[in-house]
Design a protein around this ligand. Structure first.
Ligand code: 3PG
Length: 210
């Protein structure tokens, strides 16, 4: 599963973090992001329609790799796997969730914000962790300091990332990709402004991972 996650993350420097109020806008947003060049998508499980949106994108949008985000409970793991999620991401980790994630048939990437959390994950064999909330926790400089003593762990910073600072994170050693909602703003989704989302994706897809 680690190799599968590495392969997924290497497809794209930016993973859109997406929140949908309905399935139809999820499908259109996913198409716009794909057409703009972002093909790895994280659909957060934080709205009543999120599971339906995740399923609709998986079933209806070709050429994208779709995972579930904001996975907080073992039930989320099971539901997301049932609809076909390719990967699972959590802002943090609990022992119940870690157990469910490691039993899942698809890669699970938990979140960390400190050296101790990162070391606990590494001890359990993790290779990839979400670094969350990246900006408020301390940004690229903090991450650089965190990575220094932990050379085997790779990170996906998320939280407060924008087109302006994304490259600063991507320049840090062991950063596989960054995640963020800036490529699919709530207003653009609500207004059906797919052209705006396509343009934001195009800009973001030009960023370069190390
Ligand atoms: C997440 O769940 O990863 C974050 O809420 C995304 O953070 P952002 O909205 O600051 O990009």
């Amino acid at each position: 599963k680690t190799e599968r996650l590495a392969a997924i993350l290497s497809q794209s420097p930016v993973i859109p973090v997406l929140t949908f109020e309905d399935a139809a806008s999820g499908v259109e947003t996913a198409k716009a992001l794909r057409d703009g060049g972002l093909k790895v998508l994280e659909v957060t499980l934080r709205t009543p329609a999120s599971m339906e949106a995740l399923k609709a994108i998986i079933d209806e949008v070709e050429g994208v790799t779709v995972g579930a985000g904001t996975v907080l409970e073992p039930e989320h793991v099971q539901d997301a796997v049932r609809v076909g999620a390719a990967f699972l991401i959590s802002p943090g980790v609990s022992s119940r969730l870690l157990a469910a994630g490691s039993e899942a048939p698809v890669p699970f990437m938990p979140g960390v914000a400190t050296a101790s959390e990162a070391m606990q994950l590494a001890e359990r064999g993790a290779t990839f962790a979400k670094f969350f909330p990246a900006g408020p926790a301390g940004g690229p400089d903090y991450l650089k300091a965190l990575v220094a003593p932990l050379p085997d762990l790779h990170f996906v910073p998320t939280g407060g990332i924008t087109l302006k600072n994304a490259q600063d994170y991507l320049a840090v050693r062991n950063v596989a990709a960054v995640g963020g909602s800036w490529v699919a703003p709530t207003d653009a989704i609500r207004n059906g402004d797919w052209a705006a989302i396509r343009a934001l994706a195009k800009e973001a897809s030009a960023l370069k991972a190390r």
